[in-house]
Design a protein around this ligand. Sequence first.
Ligand code: S3P
Length: 415
Amino acid sequence: MPIRGIIHLPGDKSISHRALMLAALSDGECIIHNLSTGEDVESTRNCLQDCGIESRKEKSIVYIMGGDFKSPISPLDCGNSGTTTRLLSGLLSGQEMDVQLMGDESLSARPMGRIILPLTKMGAEISCNDCKLPLSISSKSLNGIEYTLPVASAQVKSSIMFAALGAMGKTKIVEPVKTRDHSEIMLESLGVEISVNKNEILVSPLKGKLNSFELTIPGDPSSAAFFATAAAMIPNSDLTIKNISANPTRVGFFHSLEKMGGGVIWKNLHHECGELVGDVQIYYQPLHGITISKDQVPSLIDELPIIAVLASTADGPTIVEGAEELRVKETDRIHAICKNLSAMGVEVIEKKDGFIINTPNILQSASIESFGDHRIAMAFTIAGLNAGIYNQIDDMDCVNISFPEFLETLKSIIK
Ligand code: S3P
């Protein structure tokens, strides 16, 4: 069953959230093409709607009207989306809003202290229980701050940056390791005064509304990684994924695949609205194990479940370390990866901050627990292809969080 064909993917989830939020700060109608079709991005759109920011969707185009925010009458429902919660908390704090944010069971267990601390330093008043959702934010006027992030997190960085847009004075943020820089790129392309010097970002407040804009979101490289893995591990495969984000802060998966010996060719690389975009061709070649360490983690943080699957088919051990952030994602992904790989007969050792996969393994199909986590469900669907018989996955509906077209797209490339 080789994997072959040419596919296009829905827009990148991270860029989609940011495009909607920044459109809300604009002076008119913004047109966004190829917005992510996942429920997470719908959560952002719905929350903005509840704050008086009107939008409408026509197929893959979203029209969204920037304007004045209104404090919503009921709590904003962020669903399963950490990005919605953390970025909107920053954005709305900077707009002098009184809001409450809530989410589903998984999101309500995730740490919010990481945004509460800097936003409070800027002058927002935030109340919560144990630094978890629901949050109540009441914000008057914010001041700019200097802040060194204690964890490498693009969500926290962006939360502070979006708050900084409505603050008085400049805000300086220092990252321990560079994380995805979509907020920086989009703000710069929209004419905001922002400077980036290695891991230091300086953001100035907006002087007025942003000019309304039209934008095409590149395909999601995190979604692409699932099909790329299928092509990389099944002999005779050759797959091209068109027009995906090739942003250097996002392509750690593809670098790792190359290091493992996989066939990876980038083509048609070009910039769109400051973002590097291109086509990637993936073909089967024998793979070997690698080590992934702390500094590489942010560039492939969401791809670690599928990298674990890939590594279990390679020759030689793979070590992932410095990835403790995986424990506070939609589920504890280190535990979910190790439990499900073990169920498939893979020799895996769970560590506090990662895992070690020993080889060789003969993957067997198994009953998989997704823990309601979209990336675990998709990674172990792909793992089942290698086992030759599909895995039984307890909940496939959760893939709708990021990629409702996942199964349909997968079926179209199995030849
Ligand atoms: C995201 C940043 C990452 C990533 C998440 C999306 C973003 O989270 O895991 O899926 O859009 O900024 P952290 O910032 O918590 O690492």
